[in-house]
Design a protein around this ligand. Structure first.
Ligand SMILES: Nc1ncnc2c1ncn2[C@@H]1O[C@H](COP(=O)(O)OP(=O)(O)OP(=O)(O)O)[C@@H](O)[C@H]1O
Ligand SMILES: [Mg+2]
Length: 468
C-alpha cells in the first residue's frame, strides 16, 4: 500500500503543487485546510506523514502539534511556513518536526525530504518538548537569512562545533548567542573571548588559566575561559586573528578535550561547545600559511555563513524599523520612516552591514526634526548614497588606486597583478625598513607566511632587502 500523507495547508495553490508532486511519486495525499478537520482525520485514519502549514484560520499548526503527537506518536511531521522568522524555525525544530521549509521552497527538495521522512522511524512520543519561546534576536526574513536560521536550528540539540563567518557587522556574535540561548546548553555559562584583543603573550593563560607563580605577575591562580565555560558554550571571536602558537595550543585542547593551566601539572577535562567566528578568509590564510589547516577542519564542523546586508536588501526595511524602535527605547524621540526613506536606505551599499545600519538609524532618529523620516532626511543625515562614487569609508588607499589607474593605464589582462604589485612594493619596503630588513619579523608584521614574503620579494626584484 502506498504511503498516506496528510496535508494541512490552507493556501490552495501550494496545496495543489504539493499534492500533484507527491501523487506523481506514488503517495496518497489527503488534504485539509484547518486544524479542526486535521484532528477529525487523525482520529479516524492512520497517516504515515503529516505536512503542515503554521498559520491556519483556526490556529497555529505548531502549538497544536502536541495533540497530534498524542494520537500519532511515530508520524513524522514536515512543517511549512511563510513566517520565516528564526522563531518559527526554532519552534519547528523544538516540536521535533522532521524538516522545516520556509516558503517559498524548492518542490524537488521538498519531495526528497518526504521520501527521507517516510524512510525513517518517527521521533516517538517519549521526548517531551521543552518550552523556550523567547524573544528572538534576529530580524529579517530574506531567503539568505532562512538558510542561517535553519543551520542554527540544526545545532541546538547537539554540541557540534560551529564556525560563523561573514563580513564585519553581519551578526556573527548574534548567531553565537542564539546557538547558546536556544540550545540545550542554555542553562550553562556563555563565555566570549575576543582572541584579537588579547596580547599574544597572555592568550594561553587567558584561555587555559594559570597556576600561582607560573610566570612573573601570576600572583594567584586564575581560571581560564575554557574552565569558566565548562558545561556551556565558549565563543572564540575573531579566531582568524589568533597567533600561530595559540592556534596550536587551541587545537591540542580541542583534540584531547582537556586543558592544562599554565604552570600546572594536571590535565583538566573540559566540557564546552565551541562557537568560533571570523570575518577573515580562513581558506586564504591557510593558503599563505597563517592559519592552521587542521584547526580549520576542527572548527568548521557546522559552517554558518552570514551574507552581507547588500545581498539581502529585502531585510533593510524591517531592520531599519527595528532599530528606530530600539532608539526610542533608549530615549531618543519616536520616529517612523516612509517608503521613500526605505527606498533610499535600500539603495545604499552598507559596507558595515547591519551594524552600520543600526548606527545610521540611531543617528537619523537623533538629528531628524520630523516624526516621519523621508528620503530627504536620510540623505541629509547620512550623506549622499555611496553608489554615486567614493564613499566616506573610502580611505586614501582606494583613492590612490583610482589615481594610479587613471594615470598609468596598465595593459588589459595584467590589471590585478600590476595593482597588487604596486601596493606591495611600498608596503614591503616600509615594513622591512621597520624590521631593519629582518624578513621573519616583517612576515609576522604583515601576517603572511615568511616563504610567501620571500617569494614575493624575489618576484618584485626586492631581494636586496634580504639581510638575514
Ligand atoms: N539580523 C539582525 N537583526 C537584528 N539585529 C542585528 C542583526 N544582525 C546584526 N544585528 C545587530 O548588529 C550589530 C552587529 O552585529 P554583530 O556584533 O553580531 O556583528 P559581527 O558579525 O559579530 O561583527 P564583527 O565582525 O565586526 O565582530 C549588533 O548590534 C547586532 O545586535
Ligand atoms: Mg563580532
Amino acid at each position: 500500500m502506498s504511503a498516506q500523507v496528510l496535508l494541512v495547508e490552507d493556501d490552495r495553490s501550494i496545496a495543489t503543487v504539493i499534492g500533484e508532486a507527491l501523487r506523481e511519486e506514488g503517495y496518497e495525499v489527503v488534504p485539509c485546510t484547518s486544524l479542526a478537520r486535521r484532528d477529525e482525520l487523525l482520529a479516524t485514519g492512520r497517516y504515515d506523514l503529516m505536512v503542515t502549514d503554521v498559520m491556519l484560520a483556526d490556529g497555529d499548526g505548531l502549538t497544536s502539534l502536541g495533540s497530534v503527537r498524542d494520537r500519532a506518536p511515530d508520524m513524522p511531521v514536515i512543517v511549512l511556513s511563510a513566517q520565516n522568522t528564526l522563531d518559527t524555525a526554532v519552534r519547528a525544530s523544538e516540536s521535533q518536526a522532521f524538516e522545516y521549509f520556509p516558503k517559498p521552497f524548492d518542490i524537488d527538495e521538498f519531495v526528497r525530504a518526504v521520501g527521507q521522512a517516510l524512510a525513517r522511524p518517527g521521533p516517538g512520543a517519549s521526548e517531551g518538548r521543552d518550552e523556550t519561546s523567547q524573544a528572538m534576536p534576529f530580524i529579517g526574513r530574506s531567503p539568505a537569512m532562512q538558510g542561517v536560521y535553519r543551520m542554527i536550528t540544526r545545532v541546538l540539540r547537539n554540541d557540534l562545533t560551529v564556525l560563523v563567518t561573514g563580513e564585519s557587522g553581519t551578526g556573527k556574535e548574534l548567531v553565537a548567542e542564539a546557538v547558546h540561548q536556544l540550545g540545550h546548553r542554555r542553562t550553562g555559562p556563555f563565555v566570549a573571548v575576543n582572541t584579537a584583543a588579547i596580547p599574544r603573550e597572555l592568550i594561553e593563560s587567558e584561555l587555559f588559566g594559570h597556576e600561582r607563580g607560573a610566570f612573573t605577575g601570576a600572583v594567584s591562580q586564575a581560571i581560564g575561559k575554557f574552565e569558566q565555560a565548562n558545561g556551556g558554550t565558549l565563543f572564540l571571536d575573531e579566531i582568524g586573528d589568533m597567533p600561530p602558537e595559540a592556534q596550536t595550543r587551541l587545537l591540542r585542547a580541542l583534540q584531547s578535550g582537556r586543558i592544562r593551566r599554565v604552570g600546572g601539572r594536571q590535565e583538566i577535562a573540559i566540557d564546552v561547545r565551541i562557537v568560533a567566528a571570523t570575518n577573515r578568509d580562513l581558506q586564504a590564510m591557510i593558503a599563505d600559511g597563517t592559519f592552521r589547516e587542521d584547526l580549520f577542519y576542527r572548527l568548521n564542523v557546522v559552517p554558518i555563513h552570514l551574507p552581507p546586508l547588500r545581498e539581502r536588501r529585502e531585510d533593510i526595511a524591517a531592520l531599519a524599523r527595528h532599530f528606530l524602535f530600539q532608539a526610542e527605547e533608549e530615549g531618543l524621540p519616536r520616529r517612523s520612516i516612509d517608503d521613500s526613506a526605505i527606498a533610499a536606505l535600500s539603495a545604499r551599499e552598507w559596507r558595515g552591514n547591519v551594524r552600520e545600519l543600526r548606527n545610521a538609524m540611531f543617528r537619523v532618529a537623533l538629528v531628524s526634526r520630523e516624526s516621519i523620516i523621508d528620503a530627504g532626511t536620510i540623505e541629509d543625515s547620512l550623506g549622499q548614497s555611496e553608489r554615486a562614487g567614493p564613499a566616506e569609508s573610502k580611505g586614501g588607499l582606494a583613492q590612490a588606486v583610482e589615481r594610479w589607474l587613471a594615470t598609468t593605464r596598465p595593459p588589459d589582462g595584467t590589471l590585478y597583478h600590476q595593482a597588487v604589485a604596486e601596493l606591495e612594493k611600498p608596503l614591503f619596503a616600509h615594513v622591512l625598513e621597520r624590521t631593519r630588513g629582518n624578513q621573519i619579523a616583517a612576515a609576522r608584521l604583515l601576517g603572511i607566511n615568511r616563504n610567501t614574503l620571500r617569494k614575493r620579494l624575489t618576484d618584485l626584484d626586492m631581494g636586496g632587502f634580504r639581510r638575514e
